[in-house]
Ligand binder design. Structure first.
Ligand code: ZN
Length: 469
C-alpha cells in the first residue's frame, strides 16, 4: 500500500491539560487540529501571548474537536494574525463555539484591563473567525483536497464533540468514501467522554487507528463510581427542601449545567423530589442550554425517547432562567428552600461570585461542588474547607455546608482510557499521549505499554515527528 510521510508537530497541549494545538503537515498542506487557550487560575495564562510556532497565514485548514475554550480559545488570535483558511467542526460545536468565544472575549478584555495590557484579541476577531467556519456532520467522509479524507466520530465528551480521523484516500478516486477503507489512519481524540453520559451518545469505538493522539487528563486516576450520583443529588435536594435551605451549585456553563438540569428534571418527573424553586443564573449557561435543545438529534436514544414522549429534558415546574441583573438579585430576596445554579464552575468570575458573597457566610446554605476544582481557584479553597475566601478583595467567612459529587466528570478515567486504546491496539503503530499533567501522561504511557504492549510516547512541546500514513 502506498504511504505518505506526514510531519506531526505538538505545538502546545503537551504535558499540560489545556492549550490543545497540533499540526499535520505534508507537501504544501498545513492542517491544524484545535487551537486552544492555555489556562491556569485565570482564563488565559501569559503563555497565550507568545507567537504561534508556525505562520498563521500558512495554515490552510483548522479542524476543531469541541467547543471547550482550551480547544478553541486561540482561534481569534490565529485569525487576527493572518489565518485565512477554513475552520471545520460539527454543527453543534460551531454554534457552541460562537457563544463560548463571545463570552471569553469579554473576560479576556476585563483581565487585560486589570493587568494594564492589550487584550489577546477583540470581538471583531471573534466575528471574523466565524466567517471562515464551515461544518461537517458526524459519520460522513469529507474530502479536504490533496487526497486527505476527514471523518468525525462521537467522542461522547460534550455536545458536538468529535474525534477527528484523517487518512489519505487513493489518488485515482479521491472523492469516493470507499477509497479510505483499509487505509492507515490517525485519530485525534480531543477529549474523551465518560460514557455512558446522561443524554449524549457513547464514545464511538476506534479499532483501526494506525496513530492515536489522545488526551490523558485522568491518565493516573479513576473516578468515583457514578452509579450513586443521582441518588446523592436527590438526597441533598430533599435535605434542602426539608430543612428550608439554599442550595448553591457552581456549574460550568457547558455540559455540567445541562447535566444538572437533566438530573433535576428526571427527579421531578419521577416524583423522587418535591417541587422546589430552581434558578439558572448564568447567561452563558442559558444560551448553551438553548443550543443543546436545538441539537437533540445528537442525543442518545433514551434521551430522544423522553423528548419524543413530550418531556422537555432541561425544564420542569418551578424552574426559572434569570436573564438580567435585577432578576438575579431578586433570587436573594426569595425565601428558601431554593436551588441556585450559577457559573462559573470553579467560582472564578460569573454570577456565582455574588451568590457566594451572600450565601457562604450563611449556615443555612449548602454549596454543592459538581466538577473538578483546579488548584488556585476559589472553588478549590471551598472544597478544601477554607474558613475564609476572598471575593473582590473582601474576606468572606465560610459557614455554609460544603458537599461534593464528583461522579459527573465528562472525561474518561484511567481504566477507561486503557479500554479505549485496547480496541485499536493490534492495528496501532504509536500512541501519542498528550493533554495531561506530566504525571498523568507518564502514568498512562506506562500502563499502555505494560497492559497492551503498545508503543505509547510522550512528545515534547514543539516536537515534530514524522509518521507514515
Ligand atoms: Zn473538553
Amino acid at each position: 500500500m502506498e504511504t505518505r510521510k506526514v510531519n506531526l508537530t505538538f505545538c502546545t497541549g503537551v504535558n499540560t491539560v489545556t492549550g490543545a494545538n497540533f499540526l499535520f503537515a505534508f507537501g504544501n498542506r498545513k492542517i491544524l487540529i484545535d487551537c486552544g487557550l492555555e489556562q491556569g487560575s485565570t482564563i488565559a495564562s501569559e503563555r497565550n501571548r507568545e507567537d504561534f510556532s508556525f505562520e498563521p497565514k500558512d495554515i490552510d485548514t483548522l479542524l476543531i474537536t469541541h467547543a471547550h475554550i482550551d480547544h478553541i480559545g486561540r482561534i481569534p488570535k490565529l485569525v487576527k494574525e493572518g489565518f485565512k483558511g477554513t475552520i471545520y467542526s460539527t454543527p453543534a460545536t460551531r454554534d457552541l463555539a460562537e457563544v463560548m468565544l463571545e463570552d471569553a472575549v469579554s473576560i479576556l478584555e476585563e483581565e487585560a484591563r486589570a493587568q494594564g495590557v492589550l487584550p489577546l484579541y477583540e470581538p471583531k476577531d471573534v466575528k471574523a473567525s466565524f466567517n471562515l467556519w464551515k461544518t461537517i456532520p458526524y459519520h460522513t467522509d469529507f474530502y479536504l483536497g490533496d487526497n486527505v479524507n476527514v471523518y468525525l466520530k462521537d467522542s461522547g465528551h460534550i455536545l458536538g464533540a468529535a474525534m477527528i480521523e484523517l487518512s489519505f484516500v487513493g489518488s485515482k478516486n479521491p472523492s469516493s468514501p470507499q477509497a479510505s477503507k483499509g487505509q492507515r489512519k490517525i485519530v485525534f481524540t480531543g477529549d474523551l467522554g465518560n460514557s455512558p453520559s446522561l443524554f449524549l451518545r457513547d464514545t464511538d469505538p476506534v479499532t483501526d487507528a494506525t496513530y492515536l493522539v489522545m488526551e490523558s487528563v485522568y491518565g493516573d486516576r479513576n473516578h468515583e463510581p457514578k452509579e450513586e450520583r443521582t441518588q446523592r443529588l436527590a438526597k441533598i435536594i430533599k435535605d434542602c427542601v426539608a430543612r428550608k435551605r439554599t442550595l448553591l451549585i457552581p456549574a460550568f456553563s457547558l455540559e455540567r449545567t445541562q447535566d444538572i438540569l437533566f438530573e433535576i428534571n428526571g427527579l421531578v418527573e419521577r416524583e423522587e423530589i418535591g417541587p422546589v424553586n430552581v434558578f439558572l443564573d448564568s447567561p452563558l449557561g442559558s444560551k448553551v442550554t438553548e443550543i443543546y435543545k436545538k441539537y437533540k438529534s445528537d442525543f442518545k436514544d433514551s434521551a430522544k425517547e423522553l423528548i419524543g414522549a413530550g418531556d422537555d429534558i432541561f425544564n420542569f415546574p418551578k424552574f426559572k432562567i434569570t436573564v438580567d441583573r435585577a432578576q438575579s438579585e431578586n433570587i436573594t430576596r426569595l425565601p428558601p428552600p431554593k436551588i441556585i445554579i450559577a457559573g462559573s464552575g470553579m467560582s472564578m468570575g460569573g454570577r456565582v461570585a455574588r451568590h457566594e458573597r451572600h450565601y457562604l457566610p450563611d449556615p443555612n446554605t449548602t454549596i454543592l461542588l459538581v466538577g473538578y476544582q483546579a488548584v488556585g481557584t476559589r472553588g478549590r479553597q471551598i472544597q478544601e474547607g477554607s474558613k475564609y475566601v476572598t471575593i473582590d478583595h473582601e474576606k468572606i467567612k465560610v459557614r455554609a455546608e460544603v458537599e461534593n459529587i464528583m461522579g459527573y466528570s465528562s472525561h474518561k478515567d484511567s481504566d477507561h482510557l486503557i479500554e479505549f486504546v485496547e480496541q485499536t491496539a493490534k492495528n496501532n503503530k504509536k500512541v501519542f499521549v498528550v493533554m495531561g499533567e506530566p504525571k498523568a501522561e507518564l502514568f498512562l504511557i506506562q500502563r499502555l505499554r505494560d497492559y497492551l504492549g503498545v508503543d505509547a510516547v510522550n512528545p515534547k512541546k514543539g516536537e515534530t515527528v514524522e509518521i507514515e500514513l
